[in-house]
Ligand binder design. Structure first.
Ligand code: ZN
Ligand code: FE
Ligand code: FE
Ligand code: ZN
Length: 269
C-alpha cells in the first residue's frame, strides 16, 4: 500500500480549499505515514494584480507558509511524518529569482514543474484559448525543452507532472515519443527524480502523469519516482493510489522516493 503523498496544496494559493492542518488531519485519517506539503511558488514573472486571479500566494505570504508548515511538522511529529516543500515553477529567464526563493528556506524538497511558457500558464483552464492558431507539436517541443532545462538547472529534487501539457486533451497528431525520451534522459543525467501524479486521472487526459510508456522508460533508466495526488482539497489526498500501486508494480517499481532536507531516500511500498 502506498502511504505517502508528496504533492499537495492548500488555501494560500487561492484556488485550493482547506488549511494545512486540514490536509494533515485528512492524511492521518487516511492512514498515510508521510505527507508532503508543496504549495505553489509565488508568481514572480507576471504582475499578480493584473494577471489571472488566484494563481498562487503572494510573495509576502511565503515566509508565513514556511513557518506554519515547519511548526505543524513539529507539532504532529508523533502522528505523521510531514515534509515541507514547494512546487516551484521553472520559468526560463527567471532562474536566478527562483533560485533565491529556494535558497531562502530549509526545505525538505522542491518540485520543479513547468506550468508556464512565457506568460501562458498551460495548466490554467482559463487560458486554453492560447492554443488557437499554434502548431501543437511546436508547443510540445517548447514544453519539453523547458522540462529538460528544469532538470539540468540543479534547482529541483524532482520534476512534477512531467507530461502535464496533455491536461486539456490537446495532443499533436505526430508522435512526441522523441521529446518524452529526451526529457527522461535529462532527468536521468541530472540524477533527480520524477513523480507519478494521480491528478492526471481527473484531467481531460483521463490518465495519470506520466503516461505508462514514460513510466516504463523511467523505470528502465533507473529514475527514482515519488507519488503525489496534487490535492487541491483535503479529500483528494491519496486519490487513485490503488490504481497507481497496481500500475507501478506492473511497470516494475517497488520503491518510492521520499525527501528530507533535500536528500532522497527510497522506501518500499
Ligand atoms: Zn494549484
Ligand atoms: Fe503543477
Ligand atoms: Fe500541484
Ligand atoms: Zn502540480
Amino acid at each position: 500500500m502506498i502511504r505517502i503523498d508528496y504533492h499537495t496544496h492548500h488555501e494560500r494559493c487561492g484556488h485550493a480549499k482547506g488549511s494545512l492542518q486540514d490536509y494533515i488531519e485528512q492524511a492521518i485519517a487516511k492512514g498515510m505515514t508521510q505527507l508532503g506539503l508543496s504549495d505553489h511558488m509565488p508568481l514572480i514573472h507576471v504582475d499578480r494584480d493584473t494577471y489571472y486571479p488566484e494563481v498562487t500566494m503572494a510573495l509576502e505570504e511565503l515566509p508565513r507558509y514556511v513557518e506554519e508548515a515547519f511548526e505543524l511538522q513539529a507539532q504532529y511529529a508523533s502522528q505523521l511524518d510531514i515534509r515541507v516543500g514547494m512546487e516551484a515553477d521553472y520559468i526560463e529567464g527567471f532562474e536566478e529569482s527562483i533560485q533565491r526563493l529556494i535558497e531562502s528556506y530549509p526545505w525538505d524538497y522542491i518540485i520543479g514543474s513547468v506550468h508556464f511558457l512565457g506568460t501562458w500558464d498551460l495548466s490554467d483552464f482559463r487560458q486554453q484559448h492560447e492554443w488557437a492558431g499554434k502548431d501543437i507539436r511546436e508547443v510540445y517541443e517548447q514544453y519539453y525543452d523547458a522540462i529538460c532545462k528544469a532538470a539540468r538547472s540543479g534547482m529541483y529534487d524532482y520534476i512534477g507532472h512531467i507530461d502535464m501539457i496533455k491536461r486539456f486533451g490537446v495532443v499533436p497528431e505526430q508522435s512526441t515519443a522523441d521529446l518524452e525520451t529526451m526529457a527522461l534522459r535529462a532527468i536521468q543525467e541530472a540524477g533527480i527524480a520524477t513523480e507519478l501524479n494521480t491528478a492526471g486521472w481527473r484531467s481531460d487526459a483521463k490518465e495519470q502523469y506520466p503516461k505508462r510508456e514514460m513510466l516504463e522508460q523511467a523505470y528502465k533508466l533507473g529514475i527514482p519516482l515519488t507519488i503525489g495526488s496534487d490535492a487541491h482539497t483535503p479529500l483528494l489526498i491519496g486519490k487513485h493510489f490503488h490504481e497507481a500501486d497496481q500500475l507501478l508494480r506492473e511497470v516494475g517499481y517497488t520503491k518510492l522516493a521520499t525527501f528530507k532536507q533535500r536528500k532522497l531516500h527510497l522506501v518500499n511500498f
